[in-house]
Design a protein around this ligand. Structure first.
Ligand code: C2O
Ligand code: CU
Length: 498
């Protein structure tokens, strides 16, 4: 199936027929979805309105000027802010010449506003508006992006902050740090990258396509091919990606022209870190400082100190830092790849760090989301599940195909659940590459008191078990947040049944 933009269109299965077909499924248009939203509404609820215009733009990434698609004029798009319990009303005016959608990543919202064409809505056609309107129930750091093809790998992403009315306000400043791997406008679009992956499918031939690591494409870490072992490998994650990007960005800037984050010495800063990359995990560290991790994917964790943090695509971490006096590199190293993103933290005099600064903290203790523990107030008690679904993660580079339970979307059998059930998902990674697995509309708990999350890294030959409460009816995409994997089939539906 070839979509309008030339992609496979797997994230967007098509028109109304595809998403209203199934018999006893609780559809996005069902009364149960309306009711769930009605229960979130309150009298005198504050309304936060915003507009987003996805459109073609020319942006300056810091010396490098590229043509891309963005929300408005800049990359990242605007930061949207509301408070937990508010009603968000966001009108999207599609200024692209192709279909699009907006997904509110991590938010436990009403299913019909989840922004998945073919599952929860029809695509937003060129020139058409669509208004997303939903209550944001939980505070935290979220982000928004299209759920249409590989559009996320353009400049189409922005941060959504849902403030906590009970925030202790124990910090002097808040910074938002968005990480991204960048290829668009550097002679190739993400759609072309996907087409190459699908066409090359493991061929080691180098057709003169800079940025594509053909060594990895036929690398042994995928198990099947042998030879060409010099792929993108991480000692923590194993196979680290399929695409070697020409640039890695922090807040839309290359390391040659980084953003500066300013504060005064000894100030406490809350940093909200979002990985909006499509095929890259980032290892982030701040020279001269340790990071105190307080939240992941919006939810609080037992505060944990670390030197470095490994962030998969779609994951978010909030960290607290008490700043020293001087100038410090905040480095986001592309895990298992060549290159990094950089921001400069400045509280005093000093020279700006080099683009390739490597603070020692990067190679000290590195923490993953799976290392964290939920605070008691959000921990899910470890009870026996009513329903358990296994998801075996697999795939190959030749053909370029990523699977759940041996199948590609939409052939993966739905994960059927019923309202009120306790559901366990058991991710078992039988590939030699890591996969950040994401569930829409819910925040699951990692078993044995682990963090509440909506996106979790599953490493090669590792099993990760998560529990969730089925309290948000509808049809929910569940997929790898490597956008190329999702497009190549690694997606299923968490499907409420009546
Ligand atoms: Cu951030 Cu289904 O995605
Ligand atoms: Cu994956």
């Amino acid at each position: 199936m070839i979509g309008a933009a030339g992609s496979l269109g797997l994230l967007s299965v098509g028109g109304v027929a595809a998403w209203s077909r199934s018999g006893s499924s609780v559809r996005a248009t069902s009364e149960a979805v309306q009711k769930a939203e009605a229960a979130r509404r309150t009298a005198g609820q504050r309304v936060v309105s915003a507009r987003l215009r996805p459109q073609p733009v020319t942006v300056n990434l810091g010396g490098r000027v590229v043509q891309t698609w963005a929300y408005g004029e800049s990359v990242p798009g605007p930061v949207l802010r509301a408070t937990a319990g508010d009603l968000l009303r966001v009108t999207v005016a599609n200024g692209l010449d192709t279909d699009t959608s907006v997904h509110w990543h991590g938010v436990a919202l009403r299913n019909d506003m989840d922004g998945v064409p073919g599952m929860t809505q029809d695509p937003i056609r060129p020139g058409e508006p669509f208004t997303y309107e939903f209550t944001a129930p939980d505070p935290g750091t979220y982000f928004y992006h299209p759920h249409s093809g590989v559009q996320l790998d353009r400049g189409l992403y922005g941060v959504l902050v849902i403030e906590d009315p009970a925030d202790p306000g124990d910090h002097d400043q808040e910074w938002i740090v968005v990480l991204d791997d960048w290829v668009d406008g550097t002679r190739r679009t993400p759609d072309e990258v996907l087409a190459e992956l699908l066409a090359a499918g493991g061929s080691a031939a180098d057709g003169g396509q800079p940025g594509m690591d053909h060594g990895s494409m036929s690398g042994t870490h995928h198990g099947a091919m042998g030879g060409m072992a010099e792929g993108m490998q991480s000692d923590v994650l194993g196979g680290a990606g399929d695409v070697a990007y020409p640039h890695y960005l922090v807040n839309g800037r290359t390391p040659d022209a980084p953003v500066t984050l300013s504060a005064r010495p000894r100030q406490r800063v809350r940093i909200r870190i979002v990985n909006a990359g499509s095929d890259t995990a980032f290892r982030i560290a701040l020279g001269g400082h340790r990071l105190r991790v307080t939240h992941t994917d919006g939810f609080p964790v037992e505060a944990t100190e670390t030197d470095a943090l490994l962030i998969g695509m779609g994951e978010r971490f909030d960290v607290m830092v008490t700043l020293q006096d001087g100038v410090f590199p905040l480095v986001a190293s592309a895990e298992g790849k060549r290159g990094q993103g950089l921001a400069v933290v400045r509280t005093g005099a000093g020279r700006t760090p080099d683009a390739d600064a490597r603070p020692a903290e990067l190679s000290r203790r590195v923490l993953l989301g799976t290392d964290l523990a939920a605070v008691a107030s959000v921990a899910l008690p470890d009870v026996h599940p009513d329903t358990t679904h296994d998801l075996v993660l697999g795939g190959s580079m030749a053909p370029y195909r990523w699977t759940l339970n041996g199948k590609t979307h939409p052939d993966v059998a739905s994960l059927e659940v019923h309202q009120g059930e306790r559901v366990r998902l058991r991710f078992l990674n039988m590939s030699m590459m890591f996969h950040p697995m994401h569930v829409h509309g819910h925040t699951f708990g990692l078993r044995a008191g682990g963090a509440r999350k909506d996106t979790v890294i599953v490493r090669p030959m590792e099993g990760v078990e998560v529990d969730l409460v089925a309290d948000n009816p509808g049809q929910w995409a569940t997929h790898c947040h490597n956008i190329y994997h999702a497009e190549a089939g690694m997606m299923a539906t968490l499907s409420y049944q009546a």
